[in-house]
Design a protein around this ligand. Structure first.
Ligand SMILES: *Cc1c(COP(=O)(O)O)cnc(C)c1O
Length: 369
């Protein structure tokens, strides 16, 4: 019996009919652009994150890009982030003409090391923003990161694309910096039936700027205050997401239960390092990622036994061809390099059962036996 890395059919089978009805209703109304579903989703998500505003956009990447623009990041500025992330995080920094300053991550959380952030600020002038990435659903250690950013008058833009619902010291990600960016890509913890994204923030000016930029710089019908973009959240996607929104907490709870089963079953197996949760974090396990020095043969062994697995991420951004000549690799990036060589994502989705976890664990144990 095989266990897929993720199962988009099983994950939302419980609400598929409800989604089809909601989509049919939008089609019946022919209300496709910035319709009532977009506004309802924005209201729900702002409230969910305990923020004042949420602005629906066309993807997580658009959320990040428009956030950098709205935060006032200019060509030639520098932006601190982690190189251990999906390319979208770094891509948008280059796209606004700024220079990514990549810093090392903490080995326990696999997210930006606050001390490395502080060191980057003292080494490089003109850092105007920091982009912490809540990787795999684990919140960054935000207090020391925002403290150093404030000291240097830099903006904090959370990349929360993998962390809908995660909490840091009892606060939801999305309410921890100047603004936060979420993705509704189909595989994310809250995923649509296509692309989608959201910027969440409590700063009225940033929210207004993003709402304008996503819609051609428009202030009212055929009045354009600035040059903007077409980066709106699709109303059909909003209808899908609105149905799913009421399940997000239950699905995240399932993910935590699955993670706990994994940790019970895999404790002390081979040289495996399991994810660890700091006392201040409530993660949402977008991915369940273990480490092994024998990662590649382990992955081959699992795949041969029908266990889906993947490496997120094998090449850090500072070593990607698109970035190499255009970024600053700040300080030693040894933890990132080791993670790239050792991380392995095991199957994780809310519909997994304890027996699925057992099958994966048996296959892992048989490798180390
Ligand atoms: C998925 C993802 C993005 C980009 O989101 P899209 O909706 O695919 O544009 C950005 N950052 C991280 C960390 C992601 O995982």
């Amino acid at each position: 019996m095989s266990v897929p890395l993720l199962d988009l059919h099983a994950a939302d089978a419980e609400c598929e009919q409800e989604i089809l009805t909601a989509v049919a209703e939008v089609i019946r109304r022919r209300e496709f652009i910035l319709g009532r579903e977009v506004h309802a989703l924005e209201a729900w998500f702002a409230d969910y994150c305990a923020a004042r505003h949420a602005v629906g956009v066309s993807s997580g990447t658009a959320a990040l890009y428009l956030s950098l623009l709205a935060a006032g990041v200019k060509p030639g500025d520098r932006v601190v982030t982690s190189p251990f992330t999906f390319t979208a995080t770094g891509e948008v920094i280059l796209r606004v003409g700024a220079v990514p300053v990549f810093v090392d991550v903490d080995a326990q959380t696999r997210t930006m090391d606050p001390q490395a952030v502080a060191a980057a600020f003292s080494s490089y002038p003109r850092i105007t923003a920091v982009m912490p990435v809540h990787l795999y659903g684990m919140p960054c250690d935000m207090d020391p990161i925002t403290a150093v950013a404030r000291r240097y008058n830099a903006r904090v833009i959370e990349d929360a694309a993998q962390a809908h619902g995660a909490r840091y010291r009892d606060r939801r990600v999305g309410s921890l910096g100047d603004c936060a960016c979420f993705s509704f890509y189909p595989t994310k913890n809250l995923g649509g039936y296509g692309d989608g994204g959201m910027v969440v923030c409590s700063d009225d000016a940033i929210a207004q700027e993003i709402a304008q930029l996503r819609n051609h710089g428009r202030v009212q019908h055929y009045l354009h205050e600035k040059i903007g973009y077409n980066e709106r959240l699709d109303n059909l996607q909003a209808a899908v997401l609105l149905v799913k929104s009421s399940r997000l907490d239950a699905w995240n709870e399932r993910r935590r239960r699955i993670a706990a089963w994994y940790c019970d079953a895999l404790q002390g197996v081979g040289d495996l390092q399991l994810p660890e949760t700091p006392v201040w974090a409530e993660p949402v396990y977008h991915l369940f990622v273990v480490r092994s020095q024998r990662r590649d043969p382990l992955m081959a062994h699992l795949k041969q036994r029908g266990i889906g697995c993947a490496v997120q991420y094998a090449v850090p951004l500072h070593r990607q061809p698109a970035y190499r000549e255009r970024c600053i690799a700040a300080g030693p990036l040894g933890v990132v390099e080791r993670l790239c060589a050792e991380v392995l994502s095991l199957p994780m989705h809310p519909a997994m059962t304890e027996s699925h976890v057992g099958l994966v664990a048996d296959a892992v144990r048989s490798f180390f036996a």
